[in-house]
Design a protein around this ligand. Structure first.
Ligand code: SAM
Length: 358
């Protein structure tokens, strides 16, 4: 017959394996692109569930054979590990959707595991040095990984998240506004890429007005660029000239564009929207770079825009005031006529006033 310890270890490993598999699945992680800290994040709840299972099994078997009076301590330990495991498991719940600091779950496991062990060890008159060291290590690791994470540009965090997880659609989480009180009815890939419905609208608009030259400012991962290009492909003519000033982000966008089969419809440039040179008349401008630059972008491309050309300015909801106010200012100056579409992040559709045919 197998000893209690061996049975416990076998069941513990099985529990850890099941937890690990479930975690990889719920976070939709691509195993090939796993980084060290993310691997530790995955290992943390698995190890805690495994430990809890070992203690439960061992306590149960000892209790049955009534050999010693230890099962009570093993049971308390088992519950302790199980609580720590549940806390840490819950922390990973939203990892699929949002970019978070890699290593933070492992750090939380060190803290939760240590904190739960201290009262157990004190009651059992066991030294508390190891749980204290575990908490200290957890706190230091947590402050290190969160500080490193916060220093990164938001765009780079999302790129890393997408590299590990791929594109994941989720309900829009920008806050409700008076004009769009139920944003969760929309969907999004991430907080930078335009709403899923806006992306579909871009393609539909291109198919509707059949522009020859589209200018897009702010390529990011190229998802909106590809939607515009899909419209051009359906039309059989045109080019989308898109610019992204961050070289790291630009390189990722180019990878996506090259893999899309839509490359011939796209002219992607690694330059600033305020410096990019465009030859010919522009039929459609999609302004989607930094909110602070939108006014300058519209002013810059307005002279190049065809009289009946269309201007789209993203991020113009009432809670993202900068862009909305810029669009209304341009309207007050008599440069453009605007319609404010009530999407979660807001989309302005505009036309220039000058030269517009009646
Ligand atoms: C909101 S994201 C664009 C999202 C993208 N249009 C989409 O929906 O898929 C804004 C991007 O503009 C880039 N950006 C910011 N200022 C820029 C500038 N002056 N010229 C070009 N790109 C810029 C940022 O690096 C970021 O990647």
């Amino acid at each position: 017959m197998l000893s209690a310890a061996i049975v416990g270890v076998i069941l513990g490993l099985a529990a850890a394996g099941i937890c690990l598999r479930a975690d990889i699945r719920r976070r939709r992680l691509k195993r090939k692109s796993l980084k060290f800290l993310t691997a530790l994040d995955l290992a943390a709840p698995a190890a805690l569930f495994g430990l809890a299972t070992i203690c439960f099994t061992y306590a149960f078997e000892i209790a049955i054979s009534s050999l010693i009076s230890e099962p009570i301590w093993l049971l308390i330990s088992a519950f302790g590990w199980a609580i720590a495991a549940l806390i840490v498991w819950t922390l990973g719940a939203n990892e699929k959707f949002e970019a978070r600091a890699p290593g933070r779950i492992f750090a939380a496991a060190l803290i939760a595991g240590g904190a739960i062990r201290i009262p157990i060890d004190v009651l059992h008159s066991t030294p508390v040095l190891i749980p204290c060291l575990s908490i200290l290590a957890g706190v230091l690791l947590l402050s290190f990984v969160t500080r490193k994470f916060r220093k990164q540009r938001g765009e780079h965090r999302i790129l890393q998240h997408v590299a590990a997880q791929g594109d994941v659609l989720q309900p829009e989480y920008h806050r409700p506004t008076p004009e769009c009180p139920e944003p969760e009815r929309w969907r999004m890939y991430d907080s930078m890429t335009a709403e899923y419905e806006v992306l579909a609208f871009l393609q539909q608009l291109v198919e509707t007005v059949k522009p020859k030259i589209i200018v897009e400012t702010g390529t990011f991962m190229g998802i909106s660029t590809l939607k515009l290009a899909e419209g051009l492909k359906a039309n059989g003519a045109g080019k989308v000239i898109t610019c992204e000033y961050d070289p790291v982000v630009y390189a990722k966008a180019v990878e996506r564009i090259n893999a899309s089969g839509l490359k011939e419809w796209i002219d992607a440039r690694n330059e600033s929207s305020l410096e990019m040179q465009v030859d010919g008349q522009v039929d459609l401008l999609f302004s989607d770079s930094d909110p602070e630059l939108r006014e300058a972008e519209v002013r810059r491309y307005l002279p190049l825009l065809r009289a009946n050309g269309i201007i789209l300015i993203h991020d113009a909801s009432s809670h993202l005031k900068t862009v909305r106010e810029a669009a209304l200012k341009l309207e007050r100056e008599g440069l453009i006529s605007t319609v404010l579409l009530p999407t979660p992040r807001g989309l302005v559709i505009a036309q220039k006033r000058e030269g517009r045919t009646e």
